[in-house]
Design a protein around this ligand. Sequence first.
Ligand code: HEC
Length: 306
Amino acid sequence: MPGTKISRLVGVAMIFGSLLGTAFASNAAEPNLNLSDEERTQANKIFFERCAGCHGVLRKGATGKPLTTDITKERGYDTLVAFITYGSPAGMPNWGTSGELSESQIDLMARYLLNEPQTPPEFGMPEMKASWNLAVPPDKRPTKKMNDWDIDNLFSVTLRDAGQIALIDGNTYEIKTIIKTGYAVHITRISANGRYLLVIGRDARINMIDLWMKEPATVASIKIGMEARSVESSKMKGFEDKYAIAGAYWPPQFTIMDGHTLEPLKIVSTRGMTVDTQDYHPASGARGKPQSSKIWTRVGDQSSRR
Ligand code: HEC
C-alpha cells in the first residue's frame, strides 16, 4: 500500500542507500520506538484483545512464545513484521495475509513489542456487561431436543488458531457444525442437564451452546477478563445449572454468572489472597464451596501445565 510507514521507510532506505552506500541503508530503516498516546492506546487494545490470550498479558508466553524485549530486540523490527504478517505453521496466526490487521497496524505492533510490556487493563462489571450477549433468551429456546444428534456421543474439538470448535458425531465422525468461539478454546464442559456446552477461550470469551436447538448454536456469550482457562456450571444437587463460574489469570478474579444466560452476577478478586482463605461465600459455604474449590483446583492444575 503506498503511503504506509513500511513502504515509506523502504523508500527512504533506498534513497539513502543509493546516495551513501548500502551500509547506511539498514540504519535508515530503524523503526521509531516512541509511540504516541494514540498509538499506545491502539496497540494496547490490539494486544490485549488479540495477542494476550496466546502470549500472556505480561508477554511471558503461554501457547505462544514469550514476547519480552530481550527476545523481540534480538529478532528486530523486520522479523517481527514478517512474523505478524505471515504467521507460522507452529500456531502463530497470519494477521497480515488474512487481512485481520492492516500494514500500519502491523508496523505499530512490531514497534510496540520492542517497547517494555504495559500493565494489563482491568476488566470489571461494566466491561463484562458490555461484552455480554444473550443471543437467545431462555424462554425463546426449545423445550425439547429438536434435532436427531446423538448428543451423548458428541466430540467438541478445539480448532485452536481459527477460534472455533467443531462438533463431531462420535459414531460416524461426521462434522455436525463449526461454531465461532474465543481463541484456542481451553476447556469444554457440559451442563448438569446435558443440554448446554460451555467453552472458554484463552482470551476469556465464554460461549454457551444449546445442543437442543435444531441447529445447535451459541445462545449466550461473555468475556470475563483478558486471559482465562476454565469454566464450569454448578452441578450440586438443588443447584444444577443455576450458576456458571469462570476463573481468569488476568485480572486475577473469578466470576459467577447465571447458569442459563451467563449474566455476570458477582466478581471475586483473588489478588493477594492465599488459597486457604479464598472463602468467597462463607455464609452459605456448605452449598457453594465444594463446587468452587473443585474448580479452583482445576484452574490451578492447568496453570502448572501452561
Ligand atoms: C492462537 C495463538 C496466538 C495468537 C492469538 C497470537 N500468537 Fe503470536 N505466536 C503464537 C505461536 C504459537 C508462536 C510461535 C510460533 C513459532 O515458533 O513458529 C508465536 C510467535 C509470535 C512471534 C515471534 C516470536 C519469536 O520468538 O520469534 C511474534 C512477534 C508474535 N507471535 C506476535 C503476535 C502478535 C502481535 C499477536 C497479536 C496480533 C499474536 N502474536 C497473536 C501464537 C499466537
